[in-house]
Write a protein of this length. Structure first.
Length: 148
C-alpha cells in the first residue's frame, strides 16, 4: 500500500510539472504571437541568441524537427529579416544561421512579454525563498533527465 501511495504522489508531482510547463508555454506562445512569431520560430531565435551562429542541423536537433521543417521555419524568419544564412568558416558545404539585429530585438520583446506575467505568478504563489528552492530543485531534476 505504501509503494502505491508513493507512486501516486510521484505521478501527481510529474503531472504538476507538466501542467506548469504547458501553462508557461501558453504564456510564451502568446508573447511570441504578439510579435507575429510562432513558438517554434521563437525557439529558433532563443537558440540563436545563446550562440553566434549554428548549422541548420543543430537547429533541427534542438527543435527536434526534420530538416525540411527547420528549413521552412528559417525561410519564414529570414523573410522577416530576423535571421540570416551564411557560409561556414569550417565547411563550405554547411549553411550557418545567425540572428540579425532585428531578430535580437524581436527575441528581447518576446522575452519581456512573458517574463513579467510569469514573475508575477511566481510572486503570488511562492515566497522568494521558495522560488530559489524551486529553481535549485528543477536544475537538479533537469540534470538527471535521460536524453535519448
Amino acid at each position: 500500500m505504501k509503494v502505491r501511495a508513493e507512486a501516486l504522489i510521484q505521478s501527481d508531482f510529474l503531472s504538476s510539472i507538466l501542467r506548469s510547463q504547458v501553462g508557461i508555454l501558453k504564456v510564451v506562445r502568446a508573447s511570441a504571437g504578439l510579435q507575429g512569431l510562432t513558438l517554434q520560430q521563437f525557439s529558433v531565435l532563443r537558440f540563436l541568441k545563446l550562440r553566434e551562429s549554428v548549422p541548420m542541423n543543430a537547429l533541427s536537433d534542438e527543435l527536434m524537427v526534420s530538416a525540411p521543417v527547420i528549413t521552412g521555419i528559417v525561410d519564414r524568419l529570414e523573410s522577416k529579416g530576423l535571421v540570416k544564412r551564411g557560409g561556414s568558416s569550417v565547411d563550405r558545404r554547411r549553411t550557418e544561421i545567425a540572428l540579425t539585429d532585428v531578430g535580437n530585438k524581436a527575441y528581447l520583446r518576446v522575452r519581456e512579454g512573458y517574463r513579467l506575467p510569469l514573475r508575477e505568478a511566481l510572486g503570488r504563489s511562492l515566497t522568494h525563498s521558495e522560488q530559489e528552492t524551486l529553481a535549485r530543485l528543477l536544475v537538479r531534476f533537469s540534470r538527471e533527465i535521460p536524453i535519448r
